[in-house]
Write a protein that binds this ligand. Structure first.
Ligand code: SF4
Length: 694
């Protein structure tokens, strides 16, 4: 364990792993962290923590850290260490050359949910004002972009409705496509506390996650659906609620658009959405769906928590809207104990979306075509801005392959490992002429880069993160940046070299600018967050101390809007060639592509991704526990070790994606959400066979 004796001073900061956003006291001895102590005054964690936040910080000082800028003419050349001045001048000159030769839309930028709000804001400002286009996107594209779309369309705001503590007043917890005990451990514990105290539990998940049966907790209903049928299940729940007269008519009449509700009522009443009719599609017995629907609608305060098992589908946005429909129909929104709550995977998914890093939106989710909003940014930034959305990440890849997109600035995101259909991604990266990777390590994407700029860990900078409950907390510098600069300072250097001046001297000035330009954040500042400990947005004149629960008297959009959520089966289907469906998830000790946790010895008790397979499917293939298995999809193939497990249902296999060697994304497909292009990571048809050790 990391323990270097007596601390000399301590600094309160925020965990940089998951979207719970736990507060920690970093106890320091000079530039060394002696230990990380969970902060008992932390509003999201109340003194609790998980193994990652407490112990998995060794990556920040790992010898793999690259601390000097490097450039190379071709990706087959060796890297050449250069000064910051040379690296920044080279990037600016290359980007200008590409824009001169191919047009101003030939370059773009990708931000990361790992970075602070201020850093994300600055990248989108660099792209919009410095590059002169809207080709900016974020890694939230591949996780929670459907949340933004679905909640905005129905409720009017692209964010969760509640604070975590709200669960203390919940009577029925509905968890769909999320595994909080592994992926959001501190909130998962809070949830378990409430369940042990008597709250009822509905789990909708193809896999038997821990919550389904764990000491003193047993789910009242586990809807073990076939992967890809979330919308069908949600519509059958709605069907039961409507046809059995369980709608909260008073709430709907007062709070929702009547015409949209009438259409939705007729839509979900159709016989094709009855649990009996849908049983063969979803695989969930009709009586289980009926029981779950009755419990959610009549069991008291019902709160829905969901994760990437909802969003990472071809109908991810539709599922989010179907969830919001259920909450509105039952009046489970706008007070303590209820609501619709996306569990954000990374520390700053919420913030990275809030800060305008999607190609179609300025900070605060305002469309770039809105002339009034655009003018306010033009006045503040001193340049004309474009009113048409730019390229999303998948569009950038397409444009690279057709020869019109040539340069990319990537801050803190390993797209070569984390985006689906690796072969497609790497072909696109290879087709570009100048890729700039700003990161801690030479990651998979850096193999295709022409410039590497050493980024900074969360321990090396000031700023803010926004967690899954819209809570903005301070990130504080506890040690000097290993490469010399915080990430926002590097973006500023690039902007100045490109000819667009930026002159911030501290991250708080960036937050002040965000607050000035974005009504949701008008009342936010470093000083206020410091004084209050944290602030949940909206924070402005109307809500000077922030907003734990949204949509209390009316929805952000005025009246809530029911959306029709037609179930459309995914095109990815099991076949004789690929008879099993692969789905993916996380484990507690590892984190995303593992860049940090793999470099922290004290949480390395899982050292490889494995394939969970049901005993029936394993036996059929002569596979026993620990065997090596080949997994083949229509996109590619990989080899993993098998775990024979009754957690899976027959016909469905499961793996994690924490280790680059195993390449889960080599086999995932190019399918994506119809509204946002969020990849369909959760449904891949595969064949699995026993192989000899690779
Ligand atoms: Fe960090 Fe999430 Fe663990 Fe809290 S629950 S310590 S935020 S990884």
């Amino acid at each position: 364990l990391i323990d270097k004796g007596q601390a000399e001073h301590s600094v309160i900061t925020t965990c940089a792993y998951c979207g719970v956003g736990c507060s920690f006291r970093a106890e320091m001895k000079g530039q060394d962290i002696v230990r990380m102590v969970p902060n008992k005054d932390g509003h999201a964690n109340h003194g609790h923590s998980c193994v990652k936040g407490r112990f998995a910080i060794g990556y920040a000082t790992h010898p793999d850290r690259i601390t000097t800028p490097m450039i190379r003419a071709k990706i087959s050349d060796p890297w050449r260490v250069v000064s910051w001045d040379e690296a920044v001048a080279h990037v600016a000159s290359e980007f200008k050359r590409l824009q001169g030769k191919y047009g101003k839309h030939a370059i773009g930028g990708i931000t990361s949910s790992r970075c602070t709000n201020e850093e994300t804001y600055l990248v989108q400002k660099l792209v919009r004002a410095g590059f002169g286009n809207n080709n900016v996107d974020t890694c939230a594209r591949v996780c929670h972009s459907p949340t933004g779309y679905g909640l905005k369309a129905t409720l009017g705001e692209s964010a969760g409705t509640q604070d975590f503590d709200s669960i203390r007043a919940t009577d029925v917890v509905l968890v769909i496509g999320a595994n909080p005990t592994d992926a959001h451990p501190v909130f998962g514990s809070q949830m378990k506390q409430r369940l042990r105290a008597g709250a009822k539990l509905i789990v909708i998940d193809p896999r038997r996650i821990d919550l389904v049966r764990t000491p003193h907790i047993k789910a009242d209903y586990h809807l073990r659906l076939s992967p890809g049928t979330n919308v069908a299940v949600l519509d059958t729940l709605a069907h039961v609620i409507v046809t059995e007269g369980l709608v909260d008519e008073a709430f709907v009449a007062q709070r929702c658009e009547p015409e949209a509700f009438a259409k939705w009522r007729a839509f979900v009443s159709q016989e094709k959405y009855s649990p009996e009719a849908m049983e063969s599609v979803t695989g969930v017995p009709a009586d289980v769906v009926r029981g779950a629907a009755r419990l959610y609608a009549t069991g008291g305060n019902g709160a829905i928590y969901y994760g990437l098992g909802v969003t990472e589908h071809a109908q991810g946005s539709t599922s989010v809207m179907a969830i919001a429909n259920l909450a509105m129909a039952t009046g489970n929104i706008g007070r303590e104990g209820v609501g619709v709550n996306p569990l954000r995977g990374q520390n700053n998914v919420q913030g990275s979306c809030d800060m305008g890093s999607f190609p179609h939106e300025f900070p605060g989710y305002r469309h770039v075509s809105d002339t009034t909003v655009r003018q306010s940014f033009e006045e503040a930034w001193g340049v004309p801005l474009l009113g048409e959305p730019g390229l999303r990440i998948p569009n950038m890849f397409e444009a690279a392959l057709d020869g019109s997109f040539k340069g990319l600035y990537i801050e803190g995101e390993d797209i070569a490992q984390s985006d689906p259909d690796t072969q497609h991604v790497t072909a696109a990266l290879t087709a570009m002429e100048c890729i700039v990777v700003q990161d801690l390590f030479l990651n998979e994407t850096a193999k295709f880069a022409h410039v590497f700029l050493p980024g900074s860990s969360f321990l090396e900078k000031d700023g803010t993160f926004t967690n899954a409950e819209r809570r903005m907390s301070l990130v504080r510098k506890v040690m000097e940046p290993k490469g010399g600069y915080a990430d926002w300072e590097i973006t500023q250097l690039l902007a100045n070299a490109m000819g667009y001046p930026m002159n911030y001297t501290h991250a708080s000035q960036i937050l002040d600018e965000i607050a000035r330009l974005t009504p949701t954040f008008h009342g936010v500042s470093f000083e206020k967050i410091e004084a209050l400990g944290s602030v949940q947005w909206p924070c402005n004149d109307e809500h000077p101390l922030g907003t734990p629960v949204m949509h209390v008297d009316e929805f952000v959009r005025g009246k809530g809007r029911f959306m029709l959520t037609e179930y459309v089966p995914t095109t990815e289907k099991a076949s004789s060639e690929h008879p099993l469906i692969l789905t993916t998830g996380r484990i507690l000790s590892q984190y995303n592509v593992g860049a940090q946790t793999r470099r922290t010895a004290n949480v390395m008790w899982h050292d490889e991704d494995r394939l969970e397979i049901h005993s029936h499917d394993a036996e059929e293939r002569g596979i026993t526990d620990g065997d090596w298995v080949g997994i083949v999809s229509r996109s590619g193939e990989t080899v993993l070790r098998a775990v024979v497990s009754e957690r899976m249902q027959p016909g469905v296999v499961y793996t994690t994606f924490h280790f680059p060697g195993s390449g889960a994304n080599v086999i995932t497909t190019e399918n994506s959400d119809w509204a946002t292009n969020c990849p369909e990571y959760k449904v891949t048809a595969v064949q699995v066979t026993r192989v000899t050790q690779p």
